[in-house]
Design a protein around this ligand. Structure first.
Ligand SMILES: [Zn+2]
Length: 237
């Protein structure tokens, strides 16, 4: 019942979203049947936000190995070229690389977007915290992000999003917009890194599944709104 109520809110904001279970079934199925990939030899990397709330969405029924964590705050692949190279070196012989990536956003039953009720907490809070903090700071006209060694991930995330500040603030849902912009950043960075270290992959295929993770409530499935699914041949990178 509660799941159905959440689904209504999720689909209002993300009409093509599937719950985590259906996402796993659909895309593992496509890798196996559509691309002739042995899922028992897949090593997964993730580029998702550090937030603990994302852990359950990434299980893929535990049929794949991993994950190798490429991501940090907001989901950007902070592990960089060295991280991508290490991931490439860890894939089983004759196996396949698979990268699951994207930012995340909470929703509440009251249709608040960018917020959620966390396990064990009575009050709702921001989700994704990093993106909602960036958004709050961007609302101050005088704010300009500055790279900080002590707050490297957040300051880097903000500096990459800052050029799109006006577009984000002008949107009917700045919370959704900043999340989409972050997806585009992660997607671009991952493709760049893959091209740069392609020779490190000793496998033929790299599967990519990217989109927006939508966090609901404790005990209720999360959802995923796909933005990119592709299987790249390492020969054509
Ligand atoms: Zn987050």
């Amino acid at each position: 019942m509660l799941q159905k109520k959440f689904e209504k809110v999720v689909l209002e904001n993300y009409p093509v979203a599937l719950d985590t279970r259906d996402t796993s079934i659909r895309y593992l199925g496509q890798l196996q049947n559509g691309h002739d990939i042995d899922v028992s030899k897949i090593l997964m990397a993730t580029s998702l936000c550090s937030d603990d709330i994302n852990i359950p969405s990434t299980s893929f029924f535990s049929v794949v190995w991993g994950p190798f964590f490429l991501g940090g705050l907001g989901g950007l692949p902070y592990a960089g070229l060295t991280g991508m190279t290490a991931f490439a070196h860890h894939i089983p012989d004759n196996g396949t690389a698979f990268i699951f990536y994207g930012p995340h956003i909470g929703v509440t039953l009251e249709n608040e977007v960018g917020r959620m009720y966390r396990p064990g907490q009575e009050k709702g809070g921001a989700c994704c915290g990093a993106l909602m903090l960036a958004l709050e700071r961007f609302q101050d006209d005088l704010y300009v992000p500055k790279l900080s060694q002590k707050d490297y991930q957040q300051s880097y995330l903000e500096s990459l999003l800052y050029p799109r500040r006006e577009e984000i603030l002008a949107d009917t849902s700045p919370q959704r917009k900043i999340t989409e912009c972050t997806f585009e950043l992660i997607d671009k960075m991952l493709h760049e890194y893959l091209r740069e270290v392609k020779d490190e992959f000793k496998v033929d295929k790299i599967g990519l599944l990217g989109g927006i993770v939508i966090n609901t409530d404790f005990g209720i499935d999360d959802y995923f709104s796909v933005r990119n699914f592709e299987v790249i041949s390492t020969k054509y990178l």
